[in-house]
Design a protein around this ligand. Structure first.
Ligand code: UD1
Ligand code: MN
Length: 442
């Protein structure tokens, strides 16, 4: 009985021992397991959070990229160029100490050492280096041309277009890449002139232009008219119909208004550049500027006899145009003191009343009679045109330029193209109740 009790006690103790050990271990095990689980969960949580963070980063980057792409598309749509962008951010830093009293000449150069022909004349005829600083802007990184320009020392300032990267051009327009480069250069250089040098007016010349002796005097004299008349947006030295036989060589003082932008030696103001630089096109800047959206019914002043002549037979456009047309444009040789003349007849109000009024009082003649010099009256006469083919026919017969931009015939003012023929002034004019240019005429 005693043994039985002892065995019972012994067995009980062993059971208790096992229970305690089991309980102890099973509890420890659970704790460890929980810890392990906890660690794993927090690890997972950290992982998820990391993932979250990096997802957010990716989303942010994507948004930024899309935003940039949207802006780029917008810029492409409006035709503005990337190089104009940094300037927007530069604007607040611009100092507003404008060089009001200067009429700087900006010369565009690239890879033609013959720029010296242009520069020699610009320097020879310059009456005052202080009033007319010459800034030569060179594109194309052409060393010989840069050396040629540098050889003029401090008579001029050389700046160089820094972005020589290749321009992406639609495949169809590959052969016109030059026009993209020219537009990029123009945008950059004009930004320099107006926002870095702070000039308030700029006269633009290209490296293949030779100027007349009174080139500076022409711009000096017309400057006040340009500033005063908001319906004028440029003064140009060029007459597209300025061939020897089509101008009155006795009237080098004669000036006109034209709705056609002639370019080729021209003056613009800071205000116009402020309007254009944000939407400056990627190419063909001169045809772009002639579109109604840019022109806004404004006119330029142009001379009877050109104050520039181009000698750039080999250039971005082909030599045909040069051979057929440009090389015949007469360069004025006689000095006219424009700055001492009263040029208020060019103000729109006066011009529309007096000049346009006079045009419609001239007798109408037939093309054949004009050609054969079979006209009994003296003085100016008028040729009428009503339709596009009529206009084309007459201009071809007389050797005038027959093309249009934005519906405007070359050198036209309110549709009137004035030239000189067989010793008299002739107005090729639409009907007196002219209603505006036909965009479809081209
Ligand atoms: C024609 C026009 C010109 C206009 C150009 C743009 C005539 C006679 N000429 O150029 O007034 O600006 O179209 O549509 O109508 N240049 C550069 N970078 C280049 C290549 C040229 O800056 O990569 C410069 C030249 O130095 C020059 C100007 O751009 O000053 C025009 O170049 P040019 O080769 O003379 O072309 P055009 O056919 O006369
Ligand atoms: Mn040229």
């Amino acid at each position: 009985m005693r043994l039985k009790r002892t065995v019972f006690v012994f067995i009980s103790i062993i059971i208790a021992w096992f229970t305690v050990v089991f309980l102890y271990f099973s509890q420890g095990f659970g704790e460890q397991h929980r810890k392990l689980l906890f660690n794993q969960i927090s690890h997972l949580e950290n992982g998820i959070q990391e993932q979250f963070k990096s997802n957010n980063e990716i989303i942010k980057e994507t948004r930024k990229f899309l935003e940039q792409k949207k802006q780029l598309n917008k810029i492409e749509e409006t035709g503005a160029n990337l190089f104009t962008q940094p300037l927007v951010s530069l604007l607040p830093k611009v100092n507003f100490d404008f060089q009001e009293n200067k009429l700087p000449v900006l010369v565009f150069a690239c890879n033609r050492v013959s720029v010296s022909r242009c520069l020699d004349k610009l320097l020879e005829y310059r009456p005052d280096p202080d009033k007319f600083p010459i800034i030569v802007s060179q594109d194309c990184d052409h060393e010989d041309t840069a050396d040629t320009i540098r050889s003029y020392g401090n008579q001029l300032t050389l700046i160089q277009q820094p972005d020589q990267s290749d321009i992406q051009v639609p495949p169809k327009e590959k052969k016109f890449k030059g026009y993209f480069k020219i537009a990029r250069h123009y945008g950059w250089a004009l930004n320099q002139m107006f926002f870095n040098f702070n000039f308030s007016t700029v006269i633009i010349v290209e490296d293949d232009l030779e100027i007349s002796p009174d080139f500076y005097e022409y711009f000096l004299g017309t400057y006040p008219v340009l500033k005063r008349d908001p319906t004028l947006w440029c003064v140009s030295a060029w007459n597209d119909n300025g061939k020897e036989g089509l101008v009155n060589s006795e009237r080098p003082d004669l000036l006109y208004r034209t709705d056609f932008f002639p370019g080729l030696g021209w003056m613009l103001t800071r205000n116009l550049w402020l309007e254009l630089y944000t939407k400056w096109p990627r190419s063909y800047w001169d045809d772009w500027i002639r579109e109604p959206a840019q022109r806004k019914e404004r006119s330029c002043i142009r001379p009877e006899i050109s104050r520039t002549k181009t000698f750039g037979k080999i250039g971005v456009s082909n030599g045909m145009y040069f051979e057929k047309h440009l090389k015949y444009i007469k360069l004025n040789e006689e000095f006219v003191s424009f700055s001492k003349m009263n040029l208020t007849y060019l103000l729109k109000e006066n011009y529309d009343r007096d000049f346009v009024g006079a045009v419609y009082k001239t007798p109408v003649v037939k093309l054949e009679d004009l050609k054969n010099n079979n006209i009994s009256v003296d003085g100016p006469v008028r040729l009428m045109y009503r339709k596009l083919n009529e206009y084309k026919f007459i201009t071809k017969k007389l050797g005038l330029m027959d093309d249009f931009r934005g519906g405007v015939p070359r050198m036209a003012y309110r549709g009137i193209v004035t030239f000189f023929y067989n010793g008299r002034t002739v107005h090729l004019a639409p009907s007196a109740n002219w209603q505006g240019y036909e965009l479809s005429w081209s």
